[in-house]
Write a protein that binds this ligand. Structure first.
Ligand SMILES: Cc1ncc(COP(=O)(O)O)c(C=O)c1O
Length: 465
């Protein structure tokens, strides 16, 4: 046996590395509360410790793990402390994390039933549960991907397949070159990942018909052009800044009558369909053809867990299907028919664990909590002297101060505080501070601590100006 194999067998037999990683991970989690939420400039400079040449010789596994554990303490962003409001980043539910650890040890290839029966089974259960949770058509199929960017790409690929077939063009046989023109209907507030997905699929600016949006970021219904069977309409459940939802009830039924395909980018907002509190926002959302959503956002599974849901199984599987003489199709679910990739990790394991743990009522409670905390944040921010620009319909809050300059400087000092963190954006021509309440760990008392910092930073920057 070679020295390499001997070492590997020894590492596998003793589990020393796994036990050490487990200890380091628990220390990390227990310390997280007192540590800075974002790495300091000094810590970021220490990342240069990784700047080495590819080693010529085998390294020492304990030293490698210990370097990772040290740098993880210094240079990770700590989402799970209730005071992180950046982007739309969730934090992992403990059961999701634990399930993912097990899944990592199992190291399953989720492509086929033949490569992993448990991964195939759990993804089919997740499909059934998500369809029930969101009250989608009973033949809705799901694919698990890295995130909503890829999920939207899959939904749009299915849309391209179906709309071209309505125009008597089989893209699988005839390709895209020379195909009949499709019309893409997007709101001006469409997330950039949708445009990226369209570009990958061969659509450019010339095929896009942009629809004006209102001050909350919703498509203005009367500005939507007449639709027909050459159209793909992309709507939003949750604008990335304001959290606004498009008016599904006014748009989707009409689009369906016209035989247009409707895709909903519900990266974080589709979860609203799990609670009756948001029934008005999500009315008729189930009538769309495809939906993309992240479990790693509102549901708080660990990263990376995006889902494409599609009510037209033929369109999705024809858009993504491939064959090979060595591939053993089964009578059970073969996950790879619903995603662009073949080999991939079994993210359905932690998704199943989170859904099984929370159940219908726990998911609704989590979504409602995020919303209530967003409202509380907005109220407290107003009292602290910020302007709130959006209607807080879900979990997003947009703040400004009285000038762009003060907003930008205040945001910088909030980010430098190490206590709380949020990001910035340009919203309707103004510099803003974006708050996304997306973690199960956010409580009123963590918001109070954060608001104290926000208030302090605003006062300092206002005085300095
Ligand atoms: C509305 C919307 N769409 C798409 C995305 C992209 O999702 P992901 O980063 O999981 O690919 C986001 C990310 O925040 C989003 O808010």
């Amino acid at each position: 046996m070679s020295k390499l194999q001997k070492n590997l067998f020894e590492q596998a037999r003793t589990s020393v590395l796994l036990k050490q990683a487990c200890e380091d991970a628990i220390t990390y989690q227990n310390n997280s509360h007192q540590k800075a939420i974002y790495p300091s400039q000094h810590n970021l400079e220490l990342l240069s410790e990784f700047d080495t040449q590819l080693p010529e010789q085998m390294g020492d596994e304990n030293a490698i793990l210990s370097l990772l554990a040290k740098q993880g303490e210094l240079n990770t962003v700590r989402y799970a402390n209730g005071r992180y409001y950046g982007f739309v980043n969730g934090s992992a539910l403990p059961i999701g994390l634990a399930a993912k650890w097990l899944a990592d040890v199992w190291d399953q290839n989720a492509a086929l039933f033949a490569t992993s029966p448990i991964a195939a089974k759990l993804e089919s259960i997740c499909q059934q549960w998500l369809q029930q949770l969101f009250t989608l058509p009973s033949d809705t199929v799901t694919g698990l991907v890295g995130g909503t960017s890829v999920a939207s790409l899959c939904g749009l690929a299915a849309a391209r397949y179906r709309q071209l077939s309505r125009l008597s063009w089989d893209i699988s046989q005839q390709g895209l070159f020379g195909a009949p023109a499709l019309r893409i209907i997007l709101g001006k507030q469409t997330h950039g990942t949708v445009v990226k997905g369209l570009n990958i699929l061969g659509f450019g600016q010339q095929q896009i018909e942009w629809v004006e949006c209102d001050e909350q970021g919703r498509m203005i219904v009367d500005s939507i052009p007449p639709l027909d069977q050459s159209c793909i309409v992309v709507l939003q459940a949750g604008n990335v800044c304001s959290g606004a939802f498009d008016d599904f009830h006014s748009i989707i039924p009409k689009a369906k009558v016209a035989n247009a395909w409707v895709h909903v980018d519900g990266a974080f907002g589709l979860w609203a369909a799990a609670s009756t509190m948001f029934a008005d926002l999500t009315k008729s959302i189930h009538l769309a053809d495809s939906w993309s959503v992240d479990a790693h956002k509102t549901l708080n599974t660990p990263y990376d867990c995006g889902v494409i849901l599609c009510a037209d199984p033929t369109a999705l599987t024809h858009a993504l299907h491939h064959q090979g003489s060595y591939i053993q199709p089964s009578e059970n679910r073969d996950n790879m028919h619903y995603t662009p990739d073949m080999s991939r990790r079994a993210r359905g394991i932690e998704l199943w664990a989170c859904l099984a743990y929370l159940g219908r009522s726990g998911i609704a409670e989590l979504v409602e909590l995020l919303h209530e905390h967003a409202i509380y944040f907005a109220e407290q921010a107003k009292i602290a002297g910020f302007n709130v620009l959006n209607d807080v319909v879900f979990n997003q809050v947009i703040l400004t101060t009285d000038s762009d300059e003060v907003t930008v400087k205040t945001l910088k000092s909030i980010q430098d505080s190490g206590v709380t963190w949020s990001g910035g954006a340009t919203w309707m021509g103004q510099q803003v501070i974006r708050i996304s309440i997306c973690s199960w760990a956010t409580t009123q008392s963590e918001i109070d601590k954060s608001i104290a910092i926000f208030s302090d930073c605003l006062a300092k920057q206002t005085q300095a100006n």
